[in-house]
Design a protein. Structure first.
Length: 254
């Protein structure tokens, strides 16, 4: 019954993951009714204008305990229309200059402008469809009349499950990695290297606290490490790097 057991566990974990993400998205939408940061909302609109995109972005401030899944910042929206959520721990920290906060804002606006939400929704729909097919195979095991047929179906379902998990994990990892690096690249273009380099200091402080992974895939696999983000920003901003990094001793962000 190993195959059926693994299948059952996978369906349970998949359902929990989808439910958790759904709850997060509902929390984000509900939280939009809270205080709107008018100044940052205007800044977000200015960033859209720089990209020649017609849209509307609202910026909402939040506390870490209100939206724990959001981290330092997050966003929802497509086609230039959406909401950016900025953590007050960033906004209120006097050690973090405005240019770094502008970079974080530009990163989230880039996600909305490039409709990065769409590939993830599409991918998760396909992944859900595959999971449904595997569920049907698992059900057919129970209906098998002979031991050999039941064993064969269990073997097939286990192999399909392993292959599917591997494909889903790698595909989602690539999507997340590409979108995050693209958003960083656009944020550098929009907000400049000064803010990007300061942001690497925030990343390095997180790494000093034991955080090695910047983003995870839908299955919880590492999709983008802090080192990869720092390296990408360095490659774009290496001419500005030495002077901008002098005198930094750490930025507490939590």
């Amino acid at each position: 019954m190993l195959g059926a057991s693994l299948m059952s566990q996978d369906r349970s974990h998949g359902t929990e993951d989808v439910f958790r993400r759904l709850v997060m998205e509902i929390e984000l939408v509900l939280h939009a009714a809270a205080s709107i940061d008018q100044h940052l909302s205007q800044e977000a609109m200015a960033l859209l204008k720089k990209m020649n995109i017609n849209g509307s972005v609202v910026v909402i401030n939040f506390d870490s305990d209100e939206l724990p899944s959001c981290g330092l910042a997050c966003s929802i929206g497509i086609g230039g229309f959406g909401i950016v959520f900025m953590n007050r721990v960033i906004l209120s920290n006097p050690n973090i200059p405005e240019e770094a906060k502008n970079f974080i804002l530009a990163h989230e606006v880039a996600h909305i402008a490039r409709s990065h939400l769409l590939p993830r929704i599409t991918f998760r729909f396909v992944a859900g469809l595959i999971a449904k097919i595997l569920d049907e195979i698992a059900r057919s095991q129970e209906e098998a009349e002979s031991f050999s047929a039941s064993f064969l179906l269990r073997l097939i379902s286990t192999l399909l499950l392993s292959i599917t998990l591997g494909v889903i994990g790698e595909a989602d990892r690539q999507i997340v990695r590409q979108e995050e690096l693209e958003a960083d690249d656009m944020a550098i273009t929009l907000a400049g290297c000064g803010g990007a380099i300061w942001f690497t200091k925030v990343l390095e402080w997180l790494r000093s606290q034991g955080v090695e992974v910047s983003h995870e895939s839908i299955l919880g696999f590492p999709a983008l490490t802090i080192d990869e983000r720092v390296k990408m920003i360095y490659q774009r901003c290496q001419r500005s790097w030495p002077a901008a990094r002098l005198g930094f001793e750490g930025v507490p962000v939590t």
